[in-house]
Ligand binder design. Sequence first.
Ligand SMILES: Cc1cc2nc3c(=O)[nH]c(=O)nc-3n(C[C@H](O)[C@H](O)[C@H](O)COP(=O)(O)OP(=O)(O)OC[C@H]3O[C@@H](n4cnc5c(N)ncnc54)[C@H](O)[C@@H]3O)c2cc1C
Length: 416
Amino acid sequence: MRFSGFRVLAEALTGHTGWRPLWRNPDPQPAYDYIIVGGGGHGLAAAYYLAKTFGKARIAVLEKGWLGSGNIGRNTTIIRSNYLLPGNQPFYEFSMKLWENLEQEFNFNAMVSQRGILNLIHSDGQRDAFRRRGNAILLSGADAELLNADQVRDMAPFLNFDNARFPIKGGLLQRRAGTARHDGVAWGYARGADLAGVDLIQNCEVTGFRIEGGAVRGVETSRGYIAAGKVGVAVAGSSSRVMQMAGMRLPIESHVLQAFVSEGLKPTIPGVITFGAGHFYVSQSDKGGLVFGGDLDGYNSYAQRGNLPTIEDVAEGGMALMPMIGRARLLRAWGGIMDMSMDGSPIIDKTPIDGLFLNAGWCYGGFKATPASGYAFAHLLATGTPHDTARGYRLDRFATGHVIDEKGVGATPNLH
Ligand SMILES: Cc1cc2nc3c(=O)[nH]c(=O)nc-3n(C[C@H](O)[C@H](O)[C@H](O)COP(=O)(O)OP(=O)(O)OC[C@H]3O[C@@H](n4cnc5c(N)ncnc54)[C@H](O)[C@@H]3O)c2cc1C
């Protein structure tokens, strides 16, 4: 079934009896050519591109809960490609290009909304750093604009411009950035993958790997053993735990990140705005809620819930930036587990075990990467070679010293 305006009209006139589930609910087969572990955004996107773009068949996604129950449905929905380093910028720009055509590609409304992202500048030194990043973005062919304080005031007059500690002196704007409806992205990829023949198997936890002679032969699951030619692991915050079952210790720490939504307000925030003197980012959902977040909770955890001190810290950041937020009531808060790598950049690579591949280390930024990550992982699984834009995301870069430290904070995962 294709979705379209005509379809909605036809269903409205016929009592909505024609809608069907978005995907089948198959039982696992005894064997597949490709198994993707993890039914989050990256796993579903990888399965989708494996089937649709690389023409592969006999593919299954194994998800321990329900599709989209992880970070893909918990993030603050920001998409952007305003990266500085050559190891990152082409990859995130590739992702942005895929976002721009995604809904047509998989015929599903993911509410991709290119309302722009504005990174605020609070000091002269920060302006220099942002100008450098903006120039790097322009040189790589993407878009960036440096705004002065008056231009920022025109866009967002409610900000606290004359704060004595954090005056706003301008901003770096990427107009093509914005937001997308996170669970819609998971559903769109899931539906597309299912239509292309992928078995999406929920409530199927991978509990071990069968490895013989240095090669993976299949996975043990809560629904029995399933043989596989190749296995791709894309389990985000659970990466260390899952890869431990294959005998591997990863350069990753798992941390909690919380997100918040206020009651619905009239349209206020023009796009995404980030505070440059603290860690606070905010956008407004189509329902009117202010969607915002800040720092990690600061301790390692596998719990998908956060703590009160971080809520206070995030609220302080919000109040310093836009005091009017203090009048909005908080509606919901939740947490997700972040797979923080040692340099803040991801891993899309083979492992030392033949046939076992890893997609991990997304830190704060994996949602915006979903299309490119899925594509690059599918490329690696299908061809055995890395996608051009993901060549730097190697597992051994921590040993060889070829780290990609976008923030320049060194090997401190909780700061990335
Ligand atoms: C609060 C918050 C805000 C964020 N905001 C942004 C943002 O604004 N922009 C941005 O770019 N990024 C953001 N992120 C990061 C982004 O959401 C993640 O990096 C990204 O979603 C991770 O990839 P994923 O979608 O595949 O992960 P997930 O959706 O977590 O998928 C992994 C899946 O693996 C499954 N799994 C785990 N173990 C097993 C097992 N043993 N067997 C089978 N399945 C298993 C899990 O159940 C889960 O469904 C945010 C994250 C959080 C938590």
